[in-house]
Design a protein. Structure first.
Length: 344
């Protein structure tokens, strides 16, 4: 049995982590930590649970492990504090707001012999390993390129308005949503390299972004593009092109991948599918189970560790360092030049 604390009781804790914890018989939710007593009261009342409640980490007594779900600019301090006490940590993504802090988190986990896992829960969707298996089986031949689009009108229920303040976070849609894809693409294709990056930030954080990446592995080089939006509804698909076909992963169905193979002048469509019946909590349940396995000294294949979190963050930092303006023809500076109408 794992005695678990959850640090930070915002939307992700309320809608995902606590429901997943309560479904796992191997986990005991021992404590909740949040600076707002009202939030603690609301959560315990809503879920009809009686964990110990703390308003600071200093009050937290002995637990085996913790989920850190505070805002990203607080990840490093909370995680390092817990790891220094020998407490295993599952930290929400992104690992930190800068690579220096991420490296300190990894160093502390190494020093104390504790598990540091990062909450890339989309690794646990069946279509993640279905696509990986298909690529390794050579179903589409030599992989050449990919095209990814993900767009939706963001309505995430957040208490953390600092998520839009560049004083606290390095970015917006790429940092929060794109980091999941960067992690998965690295898991599939190899070592990532940034070619080009554009976004629409105007003093805040970006709501739209365009990224070109190159991945290098022993199987070769794969190039592709990522378009992300918090303002527009896009196709929400990943298309991977190979010499003998293509694979399409659609967010609307996380349990399958469509395989198109060339058959003469036409294409044959096959559906690679996992029979698991998925609930919205499925990836969080699987992630929590894998975290427990890691604590028990096994190494689950899909659980992201601190080095995975650091690699994804390095891509973000490189992209932001190469940033150029995304084309926004409706935005201008200076005065428009008007030609006076001719009077006839």
């Amino acid at each position: 049995m794992i005695d678990l604390a959850v640090v930070g009781c915002g939307a992700i804790t309320r809608t995902c982590h606590i429901p997943a914890i309560l479904l796992d018989p191997k986990v005991h939710l021992k404590a909740l930590v949040d600076p707002d007593p009202t939030v603690l009261d609301n959560i315990t009342r809503c879920f009809k649970i009686t964990p110990i409640r703390h308003t600071s980490l200093a009050e937290l007594k002995s637990v085996t492990a913790a989920i850190v779900a505070v805002p990203p600019h607080l990840h490093a301090a909370a995680t390092i504090h817990l790891l220094s006490r020998g407490i295993h940590v599952l930290c929400e993504k992104p690992i930190a707001t800068n690579t220096s802090d991420a490296e300190k988190m990894i160093a502390e986990a190494t020093r104390t012999g504790t598990v540091l896992a990062i909450g890339f829960m989309k690794r646990f969707y069946p279509n993640t390993y279905l696509l990986k298996d298909s690529l390794e089986n050579g179903d589409i031949g030599t992989v050449a390129s990919f095209k990814l689009t993900e767009g939706f009108r963001s309505n995430w229920d957040t208490r953390n308005v600092k998520r839009f303040d560049p004083s606290f976070v390095p970015g917006g849609v790429l940092y929060e949503s794109g980091v999941h894809w960067i992690d998965r693409l690295t898991y599939w294709f190899g070592e990532p390299h940034v070619i080009r990056y554009e976004d629409d930030r105007l003093g805040g954080v970006e709501a739209n972004a365009y990224l070109e990446l190159e991945f290098v592995s022993e199987r070769g080089i794969v190039r592709g593009t990522i378009r992300l939006s918090w303002t527009d509804s896009l196709e929400n698909t990943l298309e991977v092109l190979g010499s003998e076909g293509r694979l399409i992963l659609a967010d609307r169905d996380p349990s399958s991948v469509a395989l198109f193979r060339q058959a003469g002048r036409s294409h044959r469509r096959l559906l690679l599918q996992d029979e698991a019946r998925l609930s919205p909590l499925y990836p969080f349940e699987q992630q929590l189970n894998a975290f427990g396995q890691a604590i028990a000294a096994s190494k689950p294949d899909r659980l992201a560790d601190g080095h995975d979190g650091l690699r994804a963050l390095e891509v973000l930092e490189t992209a932001y360092s190469k940033r150029t303006d995304l084309s926004q023809p409706w935005v201008f500076s200076g005065l428009l030049k008007h030609t006076a109408p001719r009077v006839v």
